[in-house]
Write a protein that binds this ligand. Structure first.
Ligand code: 5GP
Ligand code: ZN
Length: 114
């Protein structure tokens, strides 16, 4: 893993995070600068920069986790909907170069997608 990867440091417990879910391959934790209450990031534990770098089994586990968590997170914060999205690569706005999916709860009248 790259020494300076923030999300690898979260996986290793070197940087604290507010855990939403964890298993052998995947972690989900609250975003430090949430765009809405309950804004959650889902990452593979292994370091890969973009979806194109991510092995298929790890990608499947990330998407399974997003699929299961998105409705649970919506319910937990009483949201009406959610944006589930990846900024996949620097030119697409990816700031942390470790694959992560966002679950951003949405509420009627909140202005829609980020
Ligand atoms: P990106 O723009 O790369 O798709 O999103 C990166 C996300 O990571 C941002 O929403 C940002 O708030 C979040 N983030 C950056 N550093 C940390 C951190 O140390 N802890 C947590 N929990 N989230 C972080
Ligand atoms: Zn990493």
């Amino acid at each position: 893993m790259p020494e300076d990867c923030i999300f690898c440091q979260i996986v290793d417990g070197e940087i604290p995070s507010r855990s939403v879910y964890e298993d052998d391959q995947v972690m989900a934790f609250l975003d430090a600068n949430p765009l809405a209450p309950g804004h959650t990031l889902v990452i593979p534990k292994e370091h890969h920069e973009t979806l194109g770098d991510l092995p298929e089994d790890a990608g499947s586990r990330v998407f399974e986790t997003l699929h299961r968590l998105a409705p649970e997170i919506e319910a937990a914060v009483d949201a009406d909907a959610s944006n589930v999205a990846f900024n996949n690569g620097e030119a697409a706005g990816q700031e942390v170069p470790h694959v992560h999916g966002h679950v951003i709860p949405r509420f009627e009248g909140d202005g829609g997608a980020p």
